[in-house]
Design a protein around this ligand. Structure first.
Ligand SMILES: Nc1nc2c(c(=O)[nH]1)N[C@H]1C(S)=C(S)[C@@H](COP(=O)(O)OP(=O)(O)OC[C@H]3O[C@@H](n4cnc5c(=O)[nH]c(N)nc54)[C@H](O)[C@@H]3O)O[C@H]1N2
Ligand SMILES: Nc1nc2c(c(=O)[nH]1)N[C@H]1C(S)=C(S)[C@@H](COP(=O)(O)OP(=O)(O)OC[C@H]3O[C@@H](n4cnc5c(=O)[nH]c(N)nc54)[C@H](O)[C@@H]3O)O[C@H]1N2
Ligand code: SF4
Ligand SMILES: [Mo]
Length: 898
């Protein structure tokens, strides 16, 4: 069977995969045993990638809308690109280059990214090129620059094996970087003295492994880090020699943190002062302290400060530039780093150069063979969509990101997209919240179909390879961008040699490589050939080098004018939006274990919905009690910007007064505009990263007495597409796939009034419940209860329940498996709601690889099983391990353990 080595297209761990194909179809995905990011391991998402490799749901050919309000129609690539180039050129001629913009993505390959950056800054002459990394890593970039002098991650994965103290702040590594979390578990098992500190308002799976969990109040990390430094100074745990030789600004900082006593910080952060002292002592007295951090620090109006004050702790203790030590910002997207390297953002330039630096601009202009690079900073994500709304930016090109879903304050972004004169969207999937606004839709090749490189969290560059042809007429992003650039050149600078002479991604890579010469990320020693023969490599890797560098700053030299790192001075500032009597709750948003962002890809895999698979708002039991809300009741969450109706789910992971909503849900799966209908677009003044983690909301029980669930097996993708427009017809509605052996769809709805018969008939038609020869029905019009069940042969293939929907859970399990239907027929025709004998809901699937449910694990636990017995008997947690933290928690919580 042909096999191709590539990388996983999900998170920034950047695991290597081996893709197996047969007859131009991807048939299996395995972890690459030789890839240094994962050594063969994959998580639930990576190991199900082959299940996403179907043309179902994909954008297959270009589409064009001639006028607003009209539907898009299929067109040719030539026509679509000519049309876009003509409109862009006309707008640029009339209104200047800053009237157009590009909004791109950390999921593009480095080569794609490079072409877009040059297209905007080199050809159009605007710095209006920004990316979803603004929502993700820009505070990390700003934090590194403010302290270390450059955007350089000083650490590597191997440091986990050498660390004596690991501090995880604002990162749910167990969910968001699972393969790395396996490595932390291994390090712990090997070294019982390893101390793990987790700082997160929620008691996550990550926190469950910690020796010390600090459930800080949202946005209070700066106070916590300042207090930890206070303790380090007080206890004499700082490294005076390192501070003297390699840093500046310590005396000022020392003065500034004087007031951050553990008690003062305890009052701000809502955690005991003793725990703050303990965290500082563990961090300061260990031989090697490593910190791992992510969006809990970055997505904040003071994200730069959160990052920089954490880095202060490393500089003050000398925990940097040696094995097992350093501030390690985990990147989210697979190529967040590559984007930073090519400088594909509104305030950056190629190869870590600064837009504000005239010398750097001249260097880039020379490398590109143009007169100048524009000096006016471009608009960053939030500013950019605001400028679109105001009509300052008239045309926007969006590639590989779904801003209608992922940007804060969704209503504002959607308003902007409606107002734009021209929206071009390059997408792999046909239906996303953003493609709905596209005037031009360009089908993009995606994972398994394109060539290039990506850089993971530890600065390691891997080749991404094509295993199969792209479906339909989809093309790689770099190629489409190049074709568009050539057309734009004809219109804007005709007669001059092209700036885009690329025939392959390798041509682009070689040009990018040259821009790095002499820079901190110098990769002039790398080539596609070397990556082929020697595998993935870390930067810097200059010409003549034998290998890349696992660790930076080992000599204590920093890329600042005086070679010294700088301490950052920052005081605590609360989140932008205060809670008050009207909006008393804190909204927190983040990730689920088995889903990826807007779910265009992970949403194609029914089994990934087995774990936390229906939209919900997670609340502390106290808050539920206070509001008279029970598990599964519908609640309406509102902020000053919008509202969203969800089912409530009890969770002791969240603090009282907080609500957690997974970021993934959007209009493709749930009525409304997802959690970003609620979030705020306030951003950090330096990094311009918006505060996606903290908004003030209120929550009311939604009185929706009329309930419906409808399910059917087979064709779940097509059925979901047909059902999606109906979501808006109810007060609450969600639509998700499920199932393993057989794929199925589940549509759930609730309203104040019963739905019209005509609407129900449409749903029946889509789900095949209109075949009267196989459908049995029960109707109790007095109680407003109805059941429709379609049985085909010996299988339950479709169900719709109205009024009384409690049977949904066991019916869902029945549908997913194969069960005898004798009793079921009787159940349909009886008014009782109890399931027939032998039918019991299995509940959530905890172990996705081996399909082991919560119910089965609880049963085994009740029978006295421990972890090894569970693994031996049920096999749960023995494949990818993503569920291990949760299983361990269940074991620890069993009555015998108490
Ligand atoms: N399964 C999965 N994995 C992913 C992704 C995905 O969509 N799904 N996306 C990838 C991407 S792009 C990214 S950026 C990463 C994100 O990875 P993470 O940042 O680890 O994930 P999040 O769940 O967004 O947020 C992490 C934690 O921050 C906590 N938090 C909230 N507010 C605060 C605060 O004020 N202080 C502190 N200390 N913590 C706080 C939240 O409770 C949450 O548990 O994940 C990557 N990996
Ligand atoms: N409330 C809230 N909002 C958040 C966050 C949060 O924690 N809370 N996190 C933020 C963060 S950290 C991030 S990174 C963003 C992510 O937000 P988005 O970037 O919007 O997330 P994705 O759904 O990954 O969007 C990528 C799109 O590219 C498409 N695609 C896949 N492959 C290709 C390809 O090769 N080419 C092209 N052209 N398209 C392709 C996919 O189908 C998908 O629609 O969300 C941000 N928004
Ligand atoms: S940890 Fe999981 S999602 Fe991240 S790269 Fe590895 S397999 Fe992919
Ligand atoms: Mo991200």
């Amino acid at each position: 069977m042909p096999a191709v080595r590539s990388t996983c297209c999900y998170c920034g761990v950047g695991c290597g995969v081996v893709i197996e194909t047969a007859a131009d179809r991807i048939t299996a995905v395995k972890g690459d045993p030789d890839h240094p990011a994962n050594f063969g391991r994959l998580c639930t998402k990576g190991s199900t990638l082959h299940l996403t490799a179907s043309p179902e749901g994909r954008a297959l050919y270009p589409e064009l809308r001639r006028a607003r309000g009209e539907p898009r129609e299929r067109t040719t690539w030539n026509h679509a690109l000519d049309f876009a180039a003509e409109r862009f050129a006309a707008i640029i001629r009339e209104h200047g280059p800053d009237a157009v913009a590009f909004y791109i993505s950390g999921q593009l390959l480095t080569e794609d990214y490079y072409v877009f950056n040059k297209l905007a800054k080199g050809l159009v002459g605007t710095n209006n090129v920004d990316t979803n990394s603004r929502l993700c890593m820009s505070s990390a970039v700003a934090g590194y620059k403010a302290t270390l002098g450059a955007d350089s991650v000083p650490t590597c994965y191997e440091d986990i094996d050498h660390a004596v103290c690991i501090l995880i702040a604002g990162s749910n590594t167990a969910y968001a970087h699972p393969v790395l979390f396996r490595r932390i578990e291994d390090a712990r098992a090997k070294n019982p003295d390893l101390r793990l500190i987790v700082i997160d308002p929620r008691a996550t799976d990550t926190a469950s492994l910690a020796d010390l969990h600090l459930p800080v109040l949202p946005g209070t990390d700066v106070a916590l880090f300042n207090a930890m430094l206070h303790v380090l100074v007080w206890d004499g745990l700082v490294d005076q020699q390192f501070i003297r030789a390699h840093t500046t600004g310590f005396d000022v900082l020392k003065e500034a943190v004087r007031e951050y006593t553990p008690q003062a910080a305890s009052d701000i952060c809502g955690v005991p002062a003793e725990d703050i002292v303990l965290a500082a002592r563990w961090f300061g007295s260990s031989n090697a302290s490593l910190s791992l951090y992510c969006q809990g620090l970055n997505q904040s109006t003071h994200g730069t400060d959160s990052n920089a004050t954490l880095i202060n702790l490393h500089l003050a203790t000398g925990h940097i530039g040696k094995p097992g030590a350093g501030p390690f910002s985990l990147t989210g997207q697979p190529n967040a780093m590559g984007g930073r390297e090519v400088g594909g953002m509104a305030n950056l330039l190629s190869a870590h150069r600064n837009l504000a630096d005239a010398g750097h601009r001249a260097e880039v202009a020379r490398l590109w063979g143009i007169d100048t690079v524009p000096d006016k900073p471009g608009k960053t994500a939030v500013e950019l969509f605001d400028a679109v709304a105001k009509g300052e930016v008239k045309a926007i090109w969006i590639s590989c990101t779904n801003p209608a879903h992922s940007m804060p304050d969704a209503a504002r972004v959607r308003e902007a997209l409606k107002k734009a004169e021209l929206v071009v969207v390059q997408e792999a999937y046909r239906h996303t919240d953003t493609t709905a606004f596209a005037d031009v839709l360009l089908p993009a090749s995606s994972w398994g179909e394109k060539e290039g490189t990506v850089t993971n969290s530890e600065r390691r560059i891997s080749r991404v390879r094509k295993a199969v042809p792209a479906p339909g007429e989809a093309r790689p992003d770099w190629e489409a961008a190049t074709a568009f650039a050539r057309r734009l050149e004809e219109r804007l600078r005709s007669g001059r040699p092209t700036l885009f002479p690329y025939r392959s991604p390798e041509d682009v890579f070689n040009e990018h490589r040259e821009t790095t010469r002499g820079r901190d990320l110098d990769i002039t020693g790398l080539s596609y050939g070397l990556l082929e023969s020697r595998g993935p490599q870390q930067w810097p890797f200059p010409e003549g080098a034998e290998s890349g560098k696992p660790r930076l700053f080992e000599d204590g030299e920093f890329p600042t004018p005086d070679g010294r790192a700088r301490f950052a001075i920052a005081g605590y500032r609360p989140p932008a939006e205060k809670t008050d009597a009207r909006y008393p709750l804190r909204l927190n948003t983040g990730r689920l274990r088995d889903h990826w962002h807007g779910m265009s890809r992970s949403g194609q895999v029914p089994q990934l919905f087995d774990h936390g698979g229906e939209p919900a708002a997670y609340l502390h039991p106290e808050d539920m009690l206070r509001r008279g809300v029970k598990n599964g009741d519908f609640v309406r969450i509102s902020s000053r910007r919008g509202s969203l109706t969800l089912a409530a789910a009890e969770s002791i992971e969240v603090r009282p007064g907080h609500v957690f909503v997974p970021m993934h849900w959007n209009s493709q799966f749930l009525k409304g505009h997802g959690p970003n209908a609620l979030t705020i677009s306030a951003y950090d003044p330096v990094s311009k990263q918006p505060e996606l983690k903290h908004a003030a909301v209120r929550l009311e029980k939604a009185d929706l007495p009329w309930r419906m669930v409808a399910m059917a097996t087979g064709s779940s993708a097509a059925r979901r597409e047909a059902l999606q427009p109906l979501l808006e017809q109810f007060d609450f509605a969600s639509c998700v796939p499920f199932g393993r052996e057989r794929d199925a769809v589940l549509f759930r709805a609730a309203s104040r009034e019963p739905a019209a018969a005509e609407l129900l008939a449409r749903i029946d038609h889509i789900l095949g419940l209109d075949d009267e020869s196989e459908t049995i029905r029960y109707l109790d019009s007095r109680r407003n209860i109805s059941k429709s069940v379609r049985i085909h042969g010996e299988a339950l293939v479709a169900v719709r329940l109205c009024g009384e929907t409690a049977a949904c859970d066991w019916l869902k399990d029945t549908m997913a498996g194969a069960v005898s239907l004798g009793d079921l027929r009787r159940w349909v025709l009886a008014p009782m709601a109890r399931p027939p004998a032998g039918f019991a809901p299995q509940g959530r699937v905890v172990c996705n690889c081996l399909n082991v449910s919560e119910h089965a694990i609880r049963q085994a636990l009740d029978g006295g099983a421990d972890l090894s017995a569970l693994q031996a008997r049920l096999k749960c947690g023995t494949e990818c391990g993503s569920c291990l933290p949760e299983i361990k928690r269940m074991v620890a919580a069993r009555p015998q353990a108490a």
